[in-house]
Design a protein around this ligand. Structure first.
Ligand code: NAD
Length: 347
C-alpha cells in the first residue's frame, strides 16, 4: 500500500514509519518539524516526507494514497494545556479535515492515533472496554474524543477509519521523549540514583512499548476491512496495566544502585484508569506483543548509557515537549498558534 504517515518525525513516527516500510509498504511522511534536532543517538531516518502544517494540507497532498496513518498532534496533556484552543484546532479540526480530504481523494483506510486518555478519570476498580463512557479531563483527551466522533461519521463503503486508543507509550525512539513515565523514571534513576515519582504512586496507568504500537498499526493496516472498519481498539496487552509505584520498583530493579523516591509535592493524579485490551487481540489473534516494562527499562538504560545522556539534557528542552515548544516560542521561531515562523532546518 502507499501510506501517508503524519507526524512521522515524532516519537512514535520515528518507529511507525520504518516499521510500515519494512513491512513492504511505500511510506511518505508529513510533519511540521516542531522537534527537528530533538534526537538521542544516531538517527537513520530515511522515510521521505513533506514539512507541512496539518492545518495547511491541500487536497492534492492526499492524491494516490491507499491509507493515512495519522499521528501528528499536540500530543500530551501539558502541551495541550498551553493553548487549548490551538490544541483543538490542530488535533480536532485539522484532523477531521484531513480525514475528509482523504475520503474525497479515495483513500480507503484511515488509522487514527487516539489515546486511552479518552477515558479520563475512570473507576480504577474495573478495566474499561471500548464501549465505556468517555470522560476526558484535558484539552488533549477531549480532542481525541471529538476526532473519533466526527471521523466515525465519515465511514462508508469506501472509507474505513480505525481508532487506535494507545496506552501510554514507553521505549527507545531516536526522537526520545522523557515526558513519558517509564522513559522518565529510567532517566532519573540512571542520572540521579533516585526513581523519582511525581504523584503519590497509586494511579493506574496502562503502558505499551513503542515497537508494539508500531506493529499494531501495521497489523491494522493489513487486516481485513470488515475486522477494523470504523472500530476503536485499546492498544496494549493484558500485562499493560500498572500502578506507577510498581513501575518505579521495576525500574529500581533494573538500574543498579537506584532507589524509589517520592517528590514532596506529589499527590493523587486524576488520570487513573485500567484498560481492557481483549478486543484488539481477539480481532487480530496473530498480533503478539513482545515487550514488557522490565525489557523496556533495560533497553532505555542501554540507550541512555551508550549515547551518553546527561542530566542537563534530561531535564532540558530537547526531550521534554512542553519545554521545547516554549523555547521555540521564546526564540520567535513559533507563534502562539504553534505555527512555524521559519521552516525547520534538518529533521
Ligand atoms: N506517546 C504516547 O504515549 C501516546 C499515547 C497515546 C496516543 N499517542 C498519540 O500518538 C501520536 C504520536 O504521538 P508521539 O508521542 O509520537 O508525539 P510527538 O509529539 O513525539 O510527535 C508528534 C508529531 O506531530 C507533529 N506535529 C504537531 N503539530 C503538527 C501540525 N500542526 N502539523 C504537522 N505536524 C504536527 C510534531 O512535529 C511531531 O513530530 C499523537 O497523536 C499522540 O496523541 C501517543
Amino acid at each position: 500500500m502507499k501510506v501517508l504517515v503524519t507526524g512521522h518525525d515524532g516519537y512514535l513516527g520515528r518507529i511507525v514509519g520504518p516499521t510500515l516500510r519494512d513491512g513492504g509498504h511505500e511510506v511518505m511522511g508529513l510533519d511540521a518539524g516542531l522537534f527537528a534536532g530533538c534526537t538521542l543517538g544516531p538517527d537513520a531516518h530515511d522515510v521521505p516526507g513533506l514539512q507541512l502544517d496539518l492545518r495547511d494540507v491541500r487536497p492534492d497532498d492526499l492524491a494516490g494514497f491507499d491509507a493515512v496513518v495519522h499521528l501528528a498532534a499536540v500530543s500530551n496533556d501539558p502541551l495541550g494545556d498551553l493553548n487549548p484552543a490551538c490544541t483543538l484546532a490542530i488535533n480536532h479540526r485539522a484532523s477531521v479535515r484531513l480525514a475528509q480530504l482523504a475520503r474525497a481523494a479515495g483513500v480507503e483506510r484511515f488509522l487514527f492515533a487516539s489515546s486511552c486518555s479518552l477515558y479520563g478519570a475512570a473507576d480504577p476498580t474495573t478495566a474499561v472496554t471500548e464501549s465505556a463512557p468517555l470522560s476526558p479531563v484535558t484539552a488533549y483527551g477531549t480532542s481525541k474524543f471529538l476526532v473519533e466522533r466526527d471521523v466515525a461519521a465519515l465511514a462508508d463503503d469506501g472509507f474505513s477509519p480505525t481508532f487506535l486508543r494507545n496506552a501510554t507509550v514507553y521505549g527507545f525512539s531516536p526522537r526520545l521523549r522523557v515526558d513519558l513515565v517509564v522513559n522518565n523514571l529510567v532517566g532519573f534513576a540512571q542520572l540521579t540514583g533516585e526513581v523519582l515519582i511525581m504523584s503519590d504512586g497509586t494511579p493506574w496507568r496502562p503502558l505499551v512499548h513503542v515497537q508494539d504500537v508500531a506493529r499494531t498499526f501495521l497489523a491494522v493496516l493489513e487486516a481485513r476491512r470488515d475486522v477494523v472498519h470504523n472500530q476503536a481498539f485499546n492498544v496494549g496487552s493484558d500485562i499493560a496495566n500498572h500502578q506507577i509505584r510498581d513501575v518505579a520498583e521495576i525500574v529500581a530493579g533494573v538500574v543498579p544502585g537506584s532507589r524509589v523516591a517520592y517528590a514532596p509535592e506529589g499527590s493523587a493524579d486524576s488520570r487513573c484508569y485500567r484498560v481492557d485490551f481483549t478486543k484488539l487481540h481477539a480481532a487480530l489473534p496473530d498480533l503478539a506483543f513482545e515487550w514488557d516494562v522490565q525489557m523496556g527499562a533495560e533497553e532505555l538504560l542501554r540507550a541512555y548509557r551508550s549515547y551518553g545522556l546527561t542530566l542537563e539534557e534530561f531535564i532540558g528542552p530537547r526531550f521534554i515537549r512542553l519545554l521545547h515548544i516554549r523555547e521555540l516560542m521564546q526564540a520567535g521561531l513559533l507563534d502562539d498558534d504553534l505555527r512555524r515562523r521559519v521552516p525547520a532546518v534538518g529533521r
